[in-house]
Ligand binder design. Structure first.
Ligand SMILES: *Cc1c(COP(=O)(O)O)cnc(C)c1O
Length: 398
């Protein structure tokens, strides 16, 4: 009855051997800077961009230093100016409003529904307040993207997608990141591919791509890109676009290329674990599962459930009791930001209006990482522990 889980919620798998070999080759030749290439050589970074563009079906791709940098660069490239309002999710992680603050712009938060997606009614009510929506597919949940694009297109609002948790996901068969004007991805250790740090952005818009490449710090070496627009597009923007260094390097790109090639296989493995956890968490009194819509192809690299309308004290008891048995859960309702979790009203540099309906949802969101180092048996043990601890607390509080 008191079995304990001893695995690690933060331990990812090793880098594939092909990535290690490619990284060693880069270390041995020493040309780590993306534009430092031998005569006729195609650098790892340029190849990574070419391959990711083709994988997502995008015309253009740029690899950068982080996911946060990709989002800030996308906003700069579409013309967000200091002081401008940018719509974004109330339920997201700190680098998202942080990237808006990096431009001196102001986030306007849009609420979250019980499906953990952006509240489209709230979006429709606020869409006239800004020219850009930085849409965070938080924890991998995709909203009704067709409806979202209708709302934004009708208002002339550009959508930049934060796909930090949806690399490999899709809505109605369209890859996440391909419905907005720009899609941004993170290659940080806890995301779907791991180079420690890193980011990617994709777009079909030639001018945005050229500006993003200049912004990232290409100097005038943009002809060394393989997923960039033609030279004449750069001629129109190269004098007005500042260099705000944030390049990817060849070492990280070398690590990433084999991982992107293996992404589909990893997605299948994540979803095997997700489904095991999901079935183990069904029918627990007081616990609400998040049902995934049929249009959504998701990547189950994390799982969420709601303890809706529970008191803060009861939620904290569940977390403490699970933690005592080795199960690390995160809570998005905590009043103090902790670790990776925080709330829209934790970010005091950004004004926010109270959002009671979203607060109710946030107060119930419990989140768990699903590293691929977990076995299906691990998943069963974890859900047994959650079931018994949620049950114990629910009985005494209900
Ligand atoms: C990790 C993350 C980012 C930013 O990625 P970094 O590469 O760490 O800058 C953006 N949005 C969300 C939701 C994230 O989880």
């Amino acid at each position: 009855m008191t079995d304990r889980f001893t695995g690690s919620f933060t331990q990812q798998e090793p880098i594939p051997e092909a990535g290690i070999e490619a990284a060693l080759a880069v270390l041995r030749h020493g040309r780590l800077h993306r534009y430092n290439v031998a005569d006729g050589e195609l650098g790892e970074t340029a190849l990574l961009e070419q391959e990711f563009a083709s994988q997502t079906g995008a015309k253009y791709c740029l690899a950068v230093a982080s996911g946060g940098y990709a989002m800030a660069t996308a906003m700069r490239a579409v013309g967000v100016q200091p002081g401008d309002a940018v719509l974004t999710n109330a339920f997201t992680l700190a680098p998202v409003p942080g990237s808006i603050a990096a431009l001196g712009a102001r986030p306007i938060f849009v609420g979250v529904t019980e499906d953990l997606t952006i509240d489209l009614e709230d979006l429709a009510a606020k869409v006239h307040l800004a020219k850009v929506l930085l849409l965070s597919h938080m924890r991998g949940h995709l909203c009704d993207m067709d409806r979202l694009m209708q709302i934004c297109d009708a208002a002339g609002v550009l959508v930049i997608e934060d796909c930090a948790h949806t690399m490999g996901a899709a809505w109605n068969g369209i890859a996440s990141g391909r419905q907005g004007i720009v899609g941004c991805y993170s290659c940080q250790t806890y995301k779907h591919v791991n180079s420690g740090e890193g980011g990617l952005l994709v777009t079909d818009d030639a001018e945005i791509a050229a500006k993003a490449i200049m912004l990232s710090g290409s100097y005038m070496l943009f002809e060394r890109h393989l997923a960039a627009p033609p030279q004449d597009v750069f001629d129109q923007i190269k004098y007005e676009t500042p260099n705000i260094s944030g390049r990817m390097d060849n070492l990280r790109a070398a690590i990433l290329r084999p991982q992107l090639q293996g992404l589909d296989k990893q997605v299948a493995r994540w979803n095997e674990r997700y489904r095991q956890l999901e079935s183990g968490l069904r029918d627990i009194p007081g616990l609400t599962m998040i049902e995934r819509p049929a249009e959504e192809t998701y990547v189950g690299s994390s799982i969420q459930f709601l303890l809706l309308d529970w008191s803060a004290d009861a939620v904290q008891q569940v977390l403490a009791r699970c933690a005592a048995r080795g199960v690390e859960l995160k809570w998005f309702g905590a009043s103090e930001p902790a670790g990776f979790t925080s709330r829209y009203d934790s970010w005091r540099y950004a004004d926010s209006e109270p959002m009671p309906a979203s607060d109710r949802v946030l107060a119930g969101i419990v989140d768990m990482r699903v590293p691929l180092t977990f076995s299906l048996d691990d998943c069963d043990l974890i859900t047994r522990i959650i079931r018994s601890e949620v049950g114990a607390v629910f009985q005494t509080h209900a």
